[in-house]
Design a protein around this ligand. Structure first.
Ligand SMILES: Cc1cc2nc3c(=O)[nH]c(=O)nc-3n(C[C@H](O)[C@H](O)[C@H](O)COP(=O)(O)O)c2cc1C
Length: 232
């Protein structure tokens, strides 16, 4: 499924939700630090159980972002699969309908970028783009205290969602990246995130490349009847 990416700033929450998508090709145009600060500050109005506000944030841009991306690219030559995951990204036995959904989005994305599903190297190359933040000028890492559990991870999700929608309001796009959880050691080394924290994900933030085929990906959603039940 594909359709045209919307880059103009969203004027309502509904529009922000409808025009948000995971962007995997960014322009190098910079995003002012003041904009990132504003997004994070407003995003922190997210609800969290007990008002724990469990999110911890590290922002990389400019020379710091470039240096980190370069370091990881070097290390990837020795460790193509990263340093070991921070957590299990998916359940070991991913059942249906989740397995099919995961397969479908991957296939749709590879089709758009012209990668054959059996071409492991090309798939790995596409996956590898995660580690340059897909070209975005701003990379954000979200970490959380290891002691936290499912409720606090849900809080992180609300915070993340806010960042994505606030980005749309400013004409920007994002891609959440759990792929970065494969590089927790390097991220810790570079940012000073302590061992007691889990590196949950990265977020690429910037101006989407409107001409990139990969950004035309419009992922499917199950119809309402499939996930909601109403009784009255
Ligand atoms: C927490 C989280 C982590 C994600 N990690 C990655 C990632 O590492 N790489 C990637 O390309 N997309 C990643 N995604 C994007 C999902 O693949 C995407 O949200 C999903 O396919 C739905 O597509 P949409 O965001 O375009 O609506 C992540 C999304 C979330 C919410």
């Amino acid at each position: 499924m594909s359709d045209t990416l919307v880059t103009r700033p969203s004027r309502s929450v509904t529009e922000a939700i409808q025009t948000r998508r995971s962007v995997r090709d960014f322009l190098s145009d910079p995003v002012p630090e003041a904009t990132v600060r504003e997004i994070l500050e407003i995003a922190s109005r997210a609800a969290s159980g007990g008002n724990l506000q469990p999110w911890k944030v590290n922002v990389l841009s400019g020379a710091a972002r470039d240096e980190f991306v370069k370091t990881v690219a070097q290390r990837m030559k020795e460790m193509p699969f990263g340093e070991g995951p921070e957590y299990a990204i998916y359940p070991r036995d991913l059942g249906e309908p989740y397995r099919a959904r995961r397969g479908k989005v991957a296939m749709d994305m590879y089709a758009l970028v012209g990668v054959d599903r059996d071409d492991r190297e090309a798939r790995a190359r596409q996956m590898g783009l995660n580690f340059s933040f897909f070209g975005a000028p701003v990379g954000i890492f979200i970490s959380i205290d290891r002691a936290m559990g499912p409720p606090q991870y849900a809080d992180l999700g609300i915070f993340l969602g806010n960042i994505m929608l606030l980005a749309r309001e400013r004409g920007l796009h994002t891609c959440a990246q759990e792929a970065w959880s494969l590089w927790g050691k390097s991220i810790r080394e570079f940012t000073g995130i302590p061992e007691e924290d889990v590196v949950f994900c990265g977020i690429a933030l910037g101006h989407a490349n409107p001409d990139a085929p990969v950004n035309a990906l419009r992922t499917e959603r199950a119809p309402l009847e499939e996930f909601a039940t109403f009784r009255s």
